[in-house]
Design a protein around this ligand. Structure first.
Ligand SMILES: [Zn+2]
Ligand SMILES: [Zn+2]
Ligand SMILES: [Zn+2]
Length: 351
């Protein structure tokens, strides 16, 4: 695999690359020259002249140095089963080409600006240089991230994983990284459960129901048979345009369900598939645990398994019916794509 690290000045991308190299068998891929418009981690030209290797921790000098991003990518493509890391993704076009490859993982690293300024100042002092004041650091940092066409924020925006490195020491950072295991190749593409649950969540985005957006996907032999989302029936006014008075009253969950005109996501998916195509082995993925009226229909049409991600307010009752009907039920919640904090206990994600 190839891990691309990007992030703000002194956020810790080089420290993370160094960790991957020393502890997880990664090797560094570098570009020999950077684009003339590329803003480096240097505070300004004056300081850069004094500190030629300031942007890097200095320890990770690679034996794999390339003239162009394409030659770097070609090299990694032929050896993708080994572990590679780079911090040299310099522009959006290069990133687009990297993102096409199935072995590439883009990881962004951020940290509080006050902490990054402190790290940077400490580094200056270790090199007998005057640290910049906070205002100068902030201006320079803004340019590094947001300057039109060359700022780095387009990289962090597209990251597969976003890390927040507020760790106070290298030891803490290393412990967090060890627990996180960036080298886990399962991050490179979704497994079947993730894939179908993400499709269900995508279907939910089409919902027009004022109460709750729900999406559902019916699958057999790992093929999608049908999809559904909740809303009023065809030719009726959409729920969010006033089509269902009950939903638009905004009462609590489950209140007045029998007067609701909205079809549920599961009902729509079952109607769309038809009993003929459902048959033995069909799995229903739904981003919300089915309600009672959907549950009895699921049992009747012969679904073999129900997978849901979020609970609803009658999960126990639904579970009892499905169990009695011989339908397997399990919860699968896709991993959060929120910010991952690299401090204390890892894995707490802000959503
Ligand atoms: Zn509705
Ligand atoms: Zn309704
Ligand atoms: Zn339902």
């Amino acid at each position: 695999m190839l891990v691309g690290l990007c992030g703000g000045i002194c956020a810790g991308k080089h420290a993370i690359a160094e960790y991957l190299i020393q502890h997880q068998g990664f090797q560094l891929l570098e570009l020999s020259s950077r684009s003339p418009h590329h803003i480096t981690d240097e505070p300004d030209d004056d300081l850069r002249l004094q500190t030629s290797d300031f942007s890097k921790t200095g320890e990770a000098q690679s034996e794999f140095v390339f003239d162009t991003a394409d030659s770097l990518l070609d090299f990694a493509t032929k050896r993708w089963q080994e572990r590679w890391v780079t911090t040299d993704i310099a522009n959006g076009e290069v990133l687009d080409r990297f993102l096409l490859r199935p072995f590439f993982l883009l990881v962004s690293v951020d940290a509080p600006v006050s902490l990054r300024w402190k790290r940077f100042s400490d580094r200056c002092r270790r090199r007998q240089l005057d640290p910049p004041d906070l205002e100068k650091f902030v201006l320079w940092n803004d340019r590094h991230l947001y300057e039109k066409d060359i700022g780095r924020v387009y990289l962090t925006d597209r990251a597969h994983m976003r890390l927040f490195n507020s760790s106070s020491s290298l030891k803490e950072l290393h412990q967090s990284l060890q627990a996180l295991d960036l080298a886990d190749e399962q991050r490179l593409r979704p497994n079947w459960d993730q894939y179908f649950m993400q499709l269900a969540s995508l279907a939910a985005q089409r919902s027009n129901c004022m109460k709750r957006r729900v999406g559902c996907v019916l699958v057999r032999e790992r093929r999608v048979i049908s999809t559904g989302y909740n809303g009023t029936p065809r030719h009726l006014t959409n729920c969010n345009e006033g089509g269902c008075p009950r939903c638009n009253r905004g009462d609590g969950g489950g209140v007045g369900l029998s007067t609701c005109l909205c079809l549920h996501a599961e009902e729509n998916a079952l109607l769309e598939a038809g009993r003929e195509r459902i048959r033995e082995g069909a799995i229903l993925y739904c981003d919300t645990c089915p309600c009672l009226t959907c549950t009895v229909k699921i049992a009747q049409v012969g679904i073999s398994e129900v997978v849901y991600s979020q609970g609803y307010n009658m999960d126990k009752d639904s579970a009892a019916i499905l169990e009695a009907a011989g339908v397997r039920l399990r919860q699968f919640s896709p991993p959060s794509n929120g910010l991952i904090y690299l401090q204390g206990s890892v894995g707490t994600a802000a959503t």
